[in-house]
Design a protein around this ligand. Structure first.
Ligand code: IVH
Length: 673
C-alpha cells in the first residue's frame, strides 16, 4: 500500500473501531466479536508503529495511557461547577416543588436522575475532538486529568458531530470492578479502597495514566456546561438525548415527572432498588426540565435553584461515647464534640461527632460512657442520634456545658433567641485562630499550605496574631516550625504573595464579617468596587442593594466601626493587598453608549457570534444582559428558533431585533433604542 492508501486505511480502521467501541462500551450492545475488534486494533497498532505520523490524537490506540505526568495542570472552568442543595425527606421535596412553582408558574415538569456516587468531571470538545478533561476542584479551578480520562472507554475521543461543547458528568467505578480491584490489592498486600468512590477518585488522581487505564472506570454524562439551549434543545431531557446522540453515555434510568408526587414515587422506588444496580448511587437528582424555567429560577452562590439532590438516609452505627471535647469557633460559639470509639460509617472511620448544643444533649439525655447511635448528617459531618438506654450500667456521667470559655476563661453568654453559648471576648485566642483559618480558606484568600496545625503554631509562637501578620512572615520564621521544609516554606510564601492579587470579594469574605457569605461578598465587591467605598457606605446605601437586608447591612456598618478592624485593614493595605474588585463593577458599566441603562435579553441561535460575545459587546456599550423577559426588559434580540421568550416579548410589546439588527447597531451604524 502506498502512503495515501495507508492513510485511508488508518481512517477506516479508526472509524470502525470507534463504532464498535461505542456499541460495546456505551450502548452495551456489541456488534462484532472481541476477536474481530482485536484484529482491527492490531492492524491499526501495526501501521501506527511503522508510521507514527499516522497516529491521530483520537485514535482508539491512544486510550492505553501515555507518559507519566509530573503533576496535574490547573484548569479554569468556563462555567463554574456548582453543587446541589439537599433534600432529606418528602417534606423537603415538597418545599422544593413549592419554591419552584412559586417562581415559574404551575406547569413545571421535572426530570429525575440517579445521583451517581463518583466524582464530578467536565469534558471539553473542540470541533468534535476531546481536548480536555478536568476535575471539579473548588468549582472554579479544577485539575487537568485529560490523560487519565482518555483511558475511559465510555468517553468518546471523537463525537458524531464536529461540535464544540463542554459536558459534565460523573466518573465512577462499577461495583464489579471495585470488588475485583480490592481482591487484587488484597493479594498484593495493598490497602483496599473503602468504597467505589474513593477507588475512582484515587485512580483518576494517579500521575501514571496506565493505572487509570487498568481500573475499569466509566462515566455517565448528566448535562451540558453553560447554556444547553445553544445546541438546540430547550429542555434538559432533550439535552441528554442530544449528548446521547453525540456518542456519550447517559444514565437511562432517568424519568420525566409532571408532579412532585411522581417525583416522590421515583425517589421511593430507587431508595428500595438501589442495591440492584451495578454502580453506587447516593441519592436522586431532581431537575426542572425546561431551560426557560431554569433560567427564571437562577442560582445561589453555591447551587442552582432549579435542582436539588435527595440524599438517601444515612447508615446508623453503634459505638461508645468516651468523652466530650469543647471547641470555640470563629464567631465565639462553643460547640461540644463527642469523642467516640472509632467505627466505620458509610466507608469512613469516624472518631468524633457533633453534639450541636447543650439543649440537645439534655433533650436526648446523652451521657459520657453511653453506647450511642451515630450517623453522618447530610452524609458528611457525623452526629450523635441517641443513646441506647438499655445499655446503661449506671456508670455514665451527665454532661454540663462550662460557664466560662475553655480557651480564654471569660464568661460565656447565651444571646437572646440562641441556643448556643458564646464567648464574646474579641481577643479570645480560639476565635482569632479560627479567623485566620477562615481567611486562608479556599473560598476566601485560598492560601494553600496553611492548615489548622500551622496556624496553631504561628499563633503559639506569636508570629501571627491577626490576618495581616500573615503578610509579614519570613522564610527564617517559617523554617523553624515543625514539619516545614525549604520547599513547603517557599510554596507557602509564594501562596501568600500571590493572594495579594485576589479580587476584593475574596478579601471581604475572608474577613469573616457576620452574615457576609460568599455571595454577599461578591455582590458587595461588584457594587462598590473598592473597600474604601464599601467602608463609607451608609446602611441605606447597603439595603438599597436588592440582595442585602437590614441584618447584613447592620453587621457591615458595625464591623467597619471597630477600631481593631480598621487597624487590621490599614495594615493589609500597607502590605500591598489588592482591595479592589477585579471584575467589571456595576458602577463601572459605562453609563454612556448605545445601550446605557437598558436591559436586554438574548434568545435563540446566533450565527455571527456566540451569546457570550454578544453579551460582552452589549455590556461594553452600557447595557445589562439578563436571562428572562419581563416588563423591565427594553430589548429582546431573537436569533433563529427563538421560542417562548420571543412570544413573551411580543405579548409585552417589547422591541425585538434579529441578529442582523444587533450587528448593525454594534457596528454603530444602527438605530439607537
Ligand atoms: S447535576 C449544578 N446530576 O452530585 C450541579 N449531578 O452536588 C449539577 N452527581 O458532584 C449537578 N449524579 O457530580 C447532577 N445525575 C446527576 C448527578 C450529579 C451525580 C454529582 C455531581 C456533583 C454532585 C452535586
Amino acid at each position: 500500500m502506498d502512503k495515501i492508501e495507508l492513510e485511508k486505511r488508518v481512517e477506516e480502521l479508526n472509524n470502525l473501531l470507534h463504532t464498535y467501541g461505542h456499541a460495546y462500551y456505551v450502548l452495551d450492545k456489541p456488534i462484532v466479536t472481541d476477536a474481530v475488534y482485536d484484529a482491527y486494533l492490531q492492524e491499526l497498532i501495526g501501521i501506527e508503529q511503522e508510521f507514527p505520523d499516522l497516529i491521530f490524537p483520537d485514535s482508539p490506540t491512544q486510550r492505553v495511557g501515555g507518559e507519566i505526568l509530573s503533576g496535574f495542570g490547573k484548569v479554569e472552568h468556563v462555567y463554574p461547577m456548582l453543587s446541589l442543595s439537599n433534600a432529606f425527606n418528602e417534606a423537603d421535596l415538597r418545599d422544593f416543588d413549592r419554591r419552584v412553582r412559586e417562581a415559574t408558574g404551575q406547569n413545571v415538569s421535572y426530570i429525575c436522575e440517579l445521583k451517581i456516587d463518583g466524582l464530578a468531571i467536565s469534558l471539553r470538545y473542540v470541533d468534535g475532538q476531546f481536548v480536555q478533561g478536568a476535575t471539579r476542584g473548588d468549582g472554579t479551578i479544577g485539575e487537568d486529568i485529560t490523560a487519565n480520562l482518555r483511558t475511559i472507554h465510555s468517553i468518546p475521543l471523537r463525537l458524531k458531530e464536529p461540535v464544540s461543547i463542554e459536558v459534565r458528568g460523573e466518573a465512577y467505578m462499577p461495583k464489579r470492578s471495585f470488588v475485583r480491584l480490592n481482591e487484587t490489592r488484597d493479594e498484593a498486600g495493598e490497602e483496599p479502597f473503602a468504597n467505589p468512590r474513593n477507588a475512582a477518585a484515587g485512580s483518576l488522581r494517579q500521575l501514571d495514566p496506565k493505572i487509570a487505564a487498568s481500573r475499569h472506570l466509566a462515566v455517565f454524562i448528566y448535562g451540558i456546561g453553560g447554556d444547553g439551549s445553544e445546541y438546540g434543545p430547550d429542555r434538559h431531557s432533550d439535552a441528554l438525548d442530544y449528548v446521547d446522540a453525540l456518542g456519550f453515555e447517559t444514565n437511562k434510568e432517568r424519568k420525566r415527572c409532571k408532579t412532585i408526587d411522581e417525583v416522590i414515587e421515583y425517589v421511593n422506588k430507587w431508595t428500595e432498588k438501589r442495591s440492584s444496580l451495578d454502580y453506587e448511587i447516593d441519592g436522586i437528582v431532581i431537575k426542572v426540565d425546561l431551560f426557560e424555567d431554569q433560567e427564571q429560577l437562577g442560582f445561589t452562590a453555591r447551587s442552582p435553584r432549579w435542582a436539588t439532590a435527595f440524599k438517601f438516609p444515612a447508615e446508623e452505627v453503634m459505638t461508645k461515647l468516651i468523652d466530650v471535647e469543647l471547641s470555640v469557633g470563629r464567631t465565639g460559639v462553643v460547640t461540644p464534640t463527642a469523642i467516640l470509639e472509632p467505627v466505620l460509617v458509610d466507608g469512613t472511620t469516624v472518631g468524633r461527632a457533633s453534639l450541636h448544643n447543650e439543649d440537645l444533649i439534655r433533650e436526648k439525655d446523652i451521657r459520657v460512657g453511653d453506647t450511642v447511635i451515630i450517623r453522618k448528617a447530610g452524609d458528611i459531618i457525623p452526629e450523635v442520634v441517641a443513646p441506647i438506654l438499655e445499655n446503661r450500667t449506671g456508670e455514665e456521667v451527665p454532661f454540663h456545658m462550662p460557664t466560662h470559655c475553655p480557651e480564654c476563661d471569660s464568661e460565656l453568654i447565651r444571646l437572646e433567641e440562641e441556643v448556643a453559648l458564646r464567648c464574646v471576648n474579641p481577643k479570645c485566642p480560639a476565635q482569632m485562630k479560627e479567623a485566620i483559618i477562615h481567611f486562608v480558606s479556599r473560598n476566601a484568600m485560598n492560601i494553600e499550605g496553611i492548615g489548622e496545625r500551622v496556624v496553631e503554631q504561628l499563633y503559639r509562637e506569636s508570629l501571627v496574631q491577626d490576618v495581616s501578620d500573615l503578610y509579614t512572615l519570613t522564610r527564617e520564621q517559617l523554617i523553624e516550625l515543625e514539619r516545614m521544609g525549604e520547599k513547603s516554606v517557599a510554596n507557602l510564601l509564594g501562596a501568600i504573595e500571590a493572594s495579594k492579587e485576589n479580587s476584593l470579594e475574596k478579601v471581604l469574605f475572608g474577613l469573616g464579617i457576620r452574615h457576609v457569605g460568599v455571595k454577599a461578598a461578591s455582590i458587595l465587591a461588584e457594587e462598590f468596587g473598592t473597600l474604601q467605598s464599601l467602608m463609607q457606605a451608609t446602611p441605606e446605601q447597603l439595603t438599597a442593594i436588592h440582595e442585602i437586608g437590614d441584618k447584613v447591612a447592620e453587621s457591615i456598618t458595625t464591623y467597619f466601626s471597630n477600631d481593631d478592624v480598621l487597624e487590621v485593614l490599614r495594615k493589609l493595605e500597607a502590605y500591598g493587598l489588592n482591595l479592589t474588585y477585579k471584575g467589571l463593577a456595576r458602577q463601572d458599566i459605562p453609563t454612556e453608549g448605545l445601550f446605557a441603562g437598558k436591559t436586554i435579553v438574548l434568545t435563540g441561535k446566533l450565527f455571527e457570534m456566540t451569546r457570550g460575545e454578544a453579551k460582552k459587546e452589549i455590556e461594553a456599550r452600557g447595557g445589562k444582559v439578563t436571562g428572562s423577559v419581563s416588563k423591565n426588559t427594553d430589548l429582546v434580540v431573537a436569533g433563529e428558533e427563538a421560542g417562548s421568550k420571543l412570544a413573551r416579548a411580543e405579548e409585552l410589546n417589547i422591541t425585538v431585533w434579529d441578529e442582523a439588527e444587533l450587528l448593525e447597531a454594534l457596528s454603530e451604524k444602527g438605530s439607537s433604542l
